[in-house]
Design a protein around this ligand. Sequence first.
Ligand SMILES: NC(=O)c1ccc[n+]([C@@H]2O[C@H](COP(=O)([O-])OP(=O)(O)OC[C@H]3O[C@@H](n4cnc5c(N)ncnc54)[C@H](OP(=O)(O)O)[C@@H]3O)[C@@H](O)[C@H]2O)c1
Length: 270
Amino acid sequence: MDSTVGRDREHGTVLVTGGTGTLGRLVVPRLRDAGRAVRVLTRGERPPEDGVAYVTGDLTTGQGVDAAVDGAEVIVHCAGTTTGDGEKTETLVRAAARAGTPHLVYISVVGADRVPVVSRVDRAMFGYFASKRAAEDVVAGSGLPWTTLRATQFHDLMLTTARQMAKLPVIPVPSGFRFQPVDTGEVADRLVELALGAPAALAPDIAGPRVYAMDDLVRGYLRARGKHRPIVPVPAPGRAARAYRDGANLAPDRAVGRRTWEEFLAARVT
Ligand SMILES: NC(=O)c1ccc[n+]([C@@H]2O[C@H](COP(=O)([O-])OP(=O)(O)OC[C@H]3O[C@@H](n4cnc5c(N)ncnc54)[C@H](OP(=O)(O)O)[C@@H]3O)[C@@H](O)[C@H]2O)c1
């Protein structure tokens, strides 16, 4: 990489796709604090605020994407849904390659390469992992300088899941499922560090400090809310579920996150 490109990256505009989402919302101010001009791609319309420009566009239709990537030196790609991230990422990559050679930084999930999504049952429960894997492949094959960070489930996602489950009178929890939730702010810190550094290809995973059985995560939430619910283990069929039981979504050797689930709950749940 020549030094001119490096200098541009240091000072150029950073585009954040998904900059309105749970993770992206935390990435944007960190980039601003680092002195970067920030642009956010969103399907909504928003006036600029706090030095952040919003560009309306949609990675599913391609509308507005060329304008969003124009002149960006770095693209932090946080936009995602549960399906179709491969296609959305292709749309982004095509536009980015037409515009130049930005550093493309992608957030994926631990297990994208280890959770097999082969049957209809796998797809129904774990299609997300195939979608993330497809997007990873698009990023790695983009011809752009790239970095991909795989993270375990964010505390925020586990909280949303626990809240939904706690609405049921009896809570079914897939037997043998474990999680290693990580703080979203810590993932944002690392993603920004990677975005402002040299392209790193597949970066070491980021995972939370502890592994929990899923029923313990739910119990922790119930305790924090002062609620009581029976929890019933249920079997989950399919190869993807077996991989989950085998810990494909965990990275115990990369337990670099500091904030625990208990600390997160104490701050967020009253
Ligand atoms: N949550 C987790 O535990 C976890 C773990 C590992 C990795 N990840 C990955 O981290 C990323 C961010 O997750 P998150 O939890 O922050 O997601 P989120 O809160 O659901 O936010 C999703 C974002 O994607 C944008 N988006 C969705 N469809 C789009 C489209 N067609 N065109 C343009 N933008 C679109 C949304 O923007 P608008 O609505 O403003 O258009 C929103 O900002 C995702 O790629 C996810 O797979 C998440």
